[in-house]
Design a protein. Structure first.
Length: 402
C-alpha cells in the first residue's frame, strides 16, 4: 500500500473541510439522495460523499456503508483530492497503491473505485463524491460525465449551505450586539447621568458652604470614588466599541503571552495587595503566538479584576498554555465567593447582569463580563466557567491561534 502525499496547502484545506462538513440533517438527506443517484447511474453497490480532514476521512453521506469515519491514510479519497479530475481504480488487487489496503482485503472489500474531487470556488479540495464496488469495473464516458455533474451539484449545495449558516450566525451576533446596545443606553442613563447629577448637587452645596470641613473631606472621597467608577464604566464601553469594530483578521498579531500576563498582573498588583491577594502567573517565559492581542488583554483585565473583586486573603492563579490543536487556553482561578449555576449560565450567554458587590463592598456596572463574551465571540474564542469545590471559580478561555 502506498500512503498518499499531502497537498501543499493541506492545513488550510483541512480547516475548510472541517467547516464545510457542518451540515444540517436536511442537507445530509439531500446529499444521501445524490449519493444514491450516483450509485444507480454508475451501477455500483456503494457510494459516498467524503470530507478529508487533517487525520480523518468523514463519510458525510453514504450508501451501503456502515462506517462514519476512516483513517485518512487508508482513504481512497485522499488520493482523489490530489488531482483535478476523475480518479479511477478499476481493480484494486492489481494496483500497488491499494492491493494490501485493509478496506480492500476486508470489509467493504473494495475492488473498484471512482471519485471526483469536491472543489470549492476558491480551488480548495475538501473530499470527494465517489462510487465503490466489490467487483472490478470501470465507468463509461457517460457515467464519468454524470459523476462530474453530480459532484458539481454537491459543491453548489455545500457552498449554499455554508453561506446560509454564516448569514444565520452573523444575524445572531448582530441581534445580540443590538440587544446589548439597547441595554447600554438604559444602563448609561442610570450609571452615568445619575452619578453626575449627584456630583453636581454636592459641588453646588460645597459652593454654598453647606458642609463642615469634616463633611467636605468625606464627600470629597465619595466624589472621587464615583468619578473613578464612572471612568471605568466609560473605558469599558470605549474598549468594547473598539473591539467590535475591528476585523478579526486585522487584529491578529505575533505576541508574547507571558509578557502580556505579567503586564496586566502588575497593573492589578496594588488592588490585589490591598485585599491581601497574591497573583501567581504560571506560563512559559517565551510563549509567542499569533492572535488578537487587544481582545486577549481586555479579556484578561476583566477576568482578573473580577477575581480580585470577589476574593481576599488568598491566591489568584493565571495560566496559559498552547495545545496541539491550534488553541491557546487562558485560565484565571480564584478562591473567592464563587457563583451559582444560574449566574454562570447567564454570563456565558452574554447577558447584561445586575452587578454584585465585592468582598469589601466594591461596586461595579455589571457590563464587564458581557463585554468579554462579545469580544471573544468576535475572534471565535470560547469561554467556560468551572465552579470550584472551594467556592471559587476558574474562567477558561480558548483562543484560536495560528
Amino acid at each position: 500500500m502506498i500512503v498518499p502525499s499531502r497537498p501543499q496547502n493541506d492545513f488550510s484545506r483541512a480547516q475548510a473541510a472541517e467547516e464545510f462538513k457542518r451540515i444540517s440533517e436536511e442537507e445530509k438527506s439531500a446529499l444521501e439522495e445524490i449519493v444514491d443517484l450516483a450509485s444507480r447511474i454508475c451501477g455500483t453497490k456503494m457510494a459516498m460523499v467524503t470530507f478529508v480532514t487533517e487525520e480523518v476521512q468523514y463519510l458525510q453521506a453514504a450508501k451501503n456503508l456502515d462506517v462514519s469515519t476512516t483513517p485518512r491514510d487508508l482513504a481512497f479519497c485522499s488520493h482523489t483530492i490530489l488531482g483535478d479530475d476523475l480518479f479511477q481504480v478499476k481493480d484494486t488487487w492489481e494496483d500497488e497503491r491499494f492491493h494490501d489496503n485493509p478496506y480492500v482485503r476486508d470489509n467493504p472489500n473494495i475492488r473498484f473505485y471512482a471519485g471526483m474531487p469536491l472543489e470549492t470556488v476558491n480551488g480548495i479540495k475538501l473530499g470527494a463524491l465517489c462510487v465503490i464496488d466489490s467487483e472490478p469495473g470501470g465507468l463509461t464516458d457517460a457515467q464519468s460525465e454524470a459523476l462530474r455533474i453530480l459532484s458539481t451539484q454537491v459543491m453548489k449545495r455545500l457552498e449554499l449551505s455554508k453561506t446560509q449558516r454564516e448569514l444565520e450566525e452573523q444575524n445572531h451576533r448582530l441581534t445580540r450586539i443590538n440587544a446589548l446596545r439597547s441595554k447600554l443606553i438604559n444602563v448609561m442613563a442610570h450609571d452615568i447621568r445619575g452619578p453626575l447629577s449627584s456630583i453636581r448637587v454636592v459641588v453646588d452645596m460645597m459652593s454654598e458652604g453647606s458642609f463642615t470641613p469634616e463633611e467636605m473631606i468625606d464627600f470629597g472621597d465619595t466624589v472621587d470614588e464615583v468619578i473613578q467608577q464612572t471612568d471605568d464604566f466609560l473605558n469599558n464601553i470605549l474598549e468594547w466599541g473598539k473591539v467590535m469594530s475591528v476585523d478579526e483578521n486585522e487584529a491578529a498579531t505575533q505576541v508574547n503571552v507571558s509578557e502580556m500576563i505579567e503586564d496586566i498582573a502588575e497593573l492589578s498588583s496594588i488592588q490585589a495587595k490591598l485585599k491581601n491577594l497574591t497573583i501567581v502567573a504560571d506560563v512559559e517565559s517565551d510563549l509567542h503566538v499569533h492572535m488578537s492581542k487587544n481582545v486577549f488583554m481586555l479579556a484578561l483585565r476583566n477576568l482578573l479584576g473580577n477575581a480580585i473583586k470577589f476574593s481576599e486573603n488568598n491566591e489568584i492563579r493565571i495560566s496559559a498554555e498552547r495545545t496541539e490543536d491550534k488553541i491557546l487556553t487562558l485560565r484565571v482561578t480564584d478562591h473567592g465567593v464563587g457563583m451559582t449555576e444560574e449566574r454562570k449560565s447567564q454570563i456565558l450567554d452574554g447577558e447584561l447582569l445586575t452587578s454584585k458587590s465585592g468582598t469589601r463592598g466594591e461596586k461595579g456596572t455589571g457590563i464587564g463580563l458581557s463585554f468579554v463574551v462579545d469580544m471573544l465571540d468576535k475572534v471565535n474564542a470560547k469561554m467556560d466557567i468551572n465552579i470550584n469545590a472551594d467556592g471559587g471559580c476558574t474562567f477558561s478561555v480558548d483562543f484560536p491561534i495560528s
